[in-house]
Design a protein around this ligand. Structure first.
Ligand SMILES: C[S@@+](CC[C@H](N)C(=O)[O-])C[C@H]1O[C@@H](n2cnc3c(N)ncnc32)[C@H](O)[C@@H]1O
Length: 253
């Protein structure tokens, strides 16, 4: 049996690595490093540093997994495009595990934030195990997500007493705050969606590059802050070439 560890590494602050994750840095033979678009260099370097800092048993073998291109920004059929991309990814990863991980060995993926949140790594590894072409077992080590990095830095609770919270990709927020929910966490926003929804009665708690030296935090009534956040956001994105931001929209009153 080949073993795979999915290790949540936090969303940018190296001190957010849990003790369990730090210990796991010594537990694998092969590191599978997924490389994608703009942010890759910095995010790959971050993971490499974590391994160096916490591993005492010698460097692992590293296998780079170049991601297939992501066509869906222009795809007419979004779910079909995502599905095709995931299938291509699955085939590549399965082949890499077959080729580079021996029977009885352990491989690891260092997953940004927490492996359960807007991350296809876990789904793909689970599918590889389920298909049964390779005998694979896997375990998940939780990580501090960008959602919890955001609420900690703004020093706010995620939920209000006894109330629900919704976590959503920005794509589903285009029509404004969903009915019946007062607290919405928005992720994966390529369009600064917060600036184009009805703003009355909503506070925003915004964070970019959370946990890193580039961290940006802004908060206040959305009607007053939207333009300023959009300006800061686009300046930062131009400067760095990429941006990761997450925000909580909270109905007031
Ligand atoms: C593919 S998802 C991965 C989320 C990750 N699994 C987690 O637990 O945070 C990427 C999105 O997470 C959010 N994100 C990740 N890291 C972040 C950071 N350091 N600061 C702000 N947002 C971040 C952004 O909304 C980004 O678009």
């Amino acid at each position: 049996v080949r073993r795979i560890l999915l290790i949540g590494v936090g969303a940018g602050d190296p001190d957010h690595l849990t003790l369990q994750a730090a210990r796991a840095m010594n537990a694998f033979d092969v590191l599978f490093a997924v490389t994608k678009d703009e942010a890759t260099d910095e995010l790959v370097a971050f993971r490499r540093e974590l391994v160096q800092r916490h591993r005492s048993v010698g460097a692992p073998r590293t296998v780079e997994l170049a991601d297939p291109p992501r066509p869906w920004r222009d795809a007419p059929d979004y779910p079909a495009a995502v599905e095709a991309w995931r299938t291509a990814r699955l085939a590549r990863w399965e082949q890499a595990i077959r080729d580079h991980l021996g029977d009885g060995e352990c491989g690891a993926f260092l997953v940004w934030g927490d492996p359960s949140l807007y991350e296809s790594t876990l789904t793909i590894v689970a599918q590889i195990a389920l298909r049964g072409e390779l005998a694979v077992e896997y375990d998940v080590i939780p990580g501090i997500s960008s959602v919890h990095a955001l609420t900690a830095r703004h020093r706010i609770p995620l939920n209000r007493v006894g109330r629900a919270v919704q976590i959503t990709p920005a794509r589903l927020l285009a029509g404004g705050m969903p009915d019946g929910v007062d607290d919405v966490v928005v992720m994966l926003d390529a369009q600064q969606t917060f600036a184009s929804i009805p703003a009355d009665g909503i506070d925003i708690y915004w964070g970019a590059y959370l946990g890193t030296p580039d961290e940006l935090l802004l908060s206040g009534p959305l009607a007053e802050m939207a333009v300023e956040i959009a300006r800061v956001r686009s300046e930062a994105r131009d400067r760095k070439g990429w941006i990761f931001d997450t925000y909580l929209l909270r109905r007031t009153g």
